[in-house]
Design a protein around this ligand. Structure first.
Ligand SMILES: C[S@@+](CC[C@H](N)C(=O)[O-])C[C@H]1O[C@@H](n2cnc3c(N)ncnc32)[C@H](O)[C@@H]1O
Ligand SMILES: [Zn+2]
Length: 416
């Protein structure tokens, strides 16, 4: 039990500190009684300490966005739970003048209200006890719209995309988290088609496909409102994916972002993959081995990050001391390098396994590809993953050489 400023939590709770704020949250030790209990959702108000990384990164990304647009910003976070995320935006992101928070759960609303008062942010933050779509739609008129909308629901953000786009100003930023990785990674493929309008594929790079399915769905929902999107930043971490999309009003902008959607064709025999804007009329025969290919999509086939924006987040990270700073640096370095690389990545063990060969180290395989004249970078999606423009059969050849000679002969696989 905790009491402060007239508020009494009728459940076990404790004060925690995160970033520059302190908030009262459910005491999770009281809820994860048996190992299979997922304490954050057993508590009367949702709180997940693991998401501090996500919140730290979001604070930095919104600081970078503020620098980029160079004007005061307003933020709506309509799934606020205990309020920690929105309270941090108001307290830590310079240039934030108005924050609107909401949660449909009564206990969450009451706790968030208490936490706003605890941090003395009543002047900056307005709190509602409403459904997210309702809050967003009520703020869709031109004078009420926000610069930033952050949607952090349970599971999929798709039911809230329409109202989020309507509630954004031109050049506004939509940040969305999706935790429904079973549909997005192809375990429940039908659910993914229903929700995201795209077919997933159970491949070793399904987490990248998940980001691309969400981004593709965003592009198609935005296009209905004559809005285009560009992906400033995205990542897959822990149990979720997150996409930051900047919008631009105009039917031409919408047409342009629709052009960044398409399909990824995948050969389960040799692991070749390729992107295609349309698959209608296209041969499904693998150009490398002749097998029949499967496909994922429609999804986003454009860039999934903007190196200049990621540089800005890095700059903010360097001047901020968070518990997660080192982990953030690592993620930003990887996402910056892979942002403009072609879609999908190869997991070395999967390739080597196909060929029944021992798997080399990431460094050895990267070096072999690079010295053969190919682009090759590691990826944040998988510690054993590589993004490269090398043809799949060339990679087979290099892996065989590494296995037999321990020293691949670069010349024999040189790009033509
Ligand atoms: C994943 S939690 C949000 C966590 C929070 N943003 C944070 O960083 O700790 C999702 C929250 O959305 C609320 N919620 C679920 N459906 C909602 C809806 N339709 N409208 C508004 N809030 C909703 C839940 O009560 C829950 O507090
Ligand atoms: Zn093939």
């Amino acid at each position: 039990m905790a009491e402060k400023a007239g508020y009494v939590a009728d459940f076990p709770s404790e004060i925690i500190r995160e970033g520059k704020v302190q908030v009262l949250v459910p005491k999770l030790a009281a809820y994860g009684v048996i190992p299979s209990d997922y304490a954050p959702s057993k508590a009367p108000v949702f709180y997940n300490p693991v998401m501090e990384f996500n919140r730290d990164l979001t604070v930095l990304a919104f600081k970078a966005y503020h620098n980029m647009v160079n004007h005061e910003i307003s933020i709506c976070e309509p799934f606020t739970s205990q309020g920690i995320r929105g309270i941090r935006f108001a307290a830590e992101v310079e240039g934030v003048t108005r924050v609107l928070l909401s949660d449909i759960n009564t206990s969450a609303y009451e706790l968030a209200k208490h936490n706003i008062e605890l941090n003395k942010l009543e002047n900056k933050i307005t709190l509602k006890h409403k459904d997210a779509n309702c809050v967003l739609s009520c703020n869709a008129s031109p004078k009420k719209r926000f610069d930033v909308v952050d949607i952090d629901p349970f599971g999929t953000p798709v039911p809230y995309l329409d109202s989020s786009f309507r509630a954004l100003k031109n050049k506004g930023l939509l940040a969305a988290t999706a935790t429904d990785l079973a549909p997005l990674c192809g375990v429940h493929a039908k659910a993914c088609v229903r929700k995201y309008g795209g077919k997933p594929l159970r491949t070793e790079y399904c987490h990248e496909l998940a980001v691309r399915l969400l981004a593709g769905c965003m592009a198609s929902v935005a296009a209905k409102h004559d809005i285009g999107i560009r992906i400033l930043f995205s990542h897959s971490s822990d149990h979720y994916i997150r996409v930051y999309a900047q919008i631009a009003y105009g039917c031409q902008k919408a047409d342009e972002s629709i052009k960044s959607t398409g399909y990824i064709l995948h050969c389960f025999n040799c692991l070749h993959r390729e992107t295609a804007p349309i698959i209608f009329g296209k041969s499904d025969q693998c150009p490398e081995c002749g097998s029949k290919m499967d496909h994922a999509g429609p999804l986003w086939i454009g860039s999934i990050g903007d190196p200049a924006f990621i540089d800005q987040i890095t700059k903010e990270n360097q001047s901020t001391a968070f518990k997660n700073s080192a982990k953030i640096t690592k993620l930003l370095n990887l996402t910056k390098n892979e942002a403009t690389e072609s879609a999908t990545y190869y997991v070395i063990d999967k390739l080597s396994g196909k060929l029944k060969l021992p798997a080399p180290s990431v460094q050895a395989f990267l070096a072999a590809l690079q010295s053969s004249g190919y682009q090759a970078v590691p990826t944040h999606f998988n510690t054993r993953g590589i993004k490269t423009d090398a043809p799949t059969l060339t990679m087979h050849k290099l892996l065989r050489e590494i296995a037999t000679t321990k020293q691949p002969t670069a010349l024999s696989a040189t790009k033509v």
